[in-house]
Design a protein around this ligand. Sequence first.
Ligand code: UDP
Ligand code: MG
Length: 320
Amino acid sequence: MTKKNEKMISVIVPCFNEEEALPFFYDEITKVFADLKEDYEIILVNDGSTDNTLQVMKSLSEKDRHIVYLSFSRNFGKESAMYAGICNASGDYVGFIDADLQHPPVLLKQMLEALETGEYDCAACRRVDRTGDSKIRTWFARQFYKVVNMISDAHMVDGAGDYRLMTRDMADAIISMSEYNRFSKGIFSWVGFRTYWIDYENVERVAGKTSWSFWGLVKYAIDGIVNFSNWPLDLASFFGLVTTAFAFIYLIFIVIKYALFGDPVQGWATLICVILLMGGMQLFALGIMGQYLGKTYMEVKNRPHFIISQTNKKEVKKIK
Ligand code: UDP
Ligand code: MG
């Protein structure tokens, strides 16, 4: 049981098809906690895995009281898994970590030290390199951070993932952000608080494979922009305004030209170009509006972020 004055740590581990990685992960993180005096719980969130991840979780929980598992009724995505974990975490410190050992558990000690000083509310890790990622993926990632930091409300740090430990206050602030379209990198930054950064070198997955496709990442990047900025909408209005101004000037030019020189039938090519350009720009602007409308639609429906169908924890928010 927790001794008086002793803090309790909750670490949340989103897992999707991690049957191979989980046993390695469990060994590593247990070693880390063995060196710490704090009590802890490891919240394993099974995000609708199609392999034996749940069985592995169950057998771990049978031999170790620190293991809590929450199993979703289907795959809801990593963001939902993180949210389910944080909504059900009881620690004074709450952290997120990946199951594939790409987030080295030993860093938890440093994170805890930083929080214990009382000077920080959050200790977060950022990788300083991207070895293992393809060149093109790295390039796109860099561009994403450039664009997003230029236009959005939240400053996102290049290389910063979800690996972090935070105080109860910050965790509560994150729980209060119950938006349906979740983009944790933005949420962490949006809630503010004092963050201590720890740099680490990129580590490759211990087993299994990444669930991200290139297009998945592109979609994720668009989400990041749309969720924290209205800048694309402003851009669409700006384009609209500029083309209208041009069209107006051109119209005056044509009227004057007609008055002076008559109307020899000419300019088919120009016409087609203008029609295509205008059509394209209209569709583009409509697409941007569609992005926001789609997100608004999902928010308004107010559907739950997750549905937990199996767990070993007594009091659990099963649906939220
Ligand atoms: N994950 C999840 N649900 C998903 C996809 C991934 O819970 O739909 C988990 C996965 O099990 C892992 C973490 O999120 O613990 C990071 O996923 P992954 O390693 O595939 O991403 P990468 O490290 O390549 O960014
Ligand atoms: Mg990974």
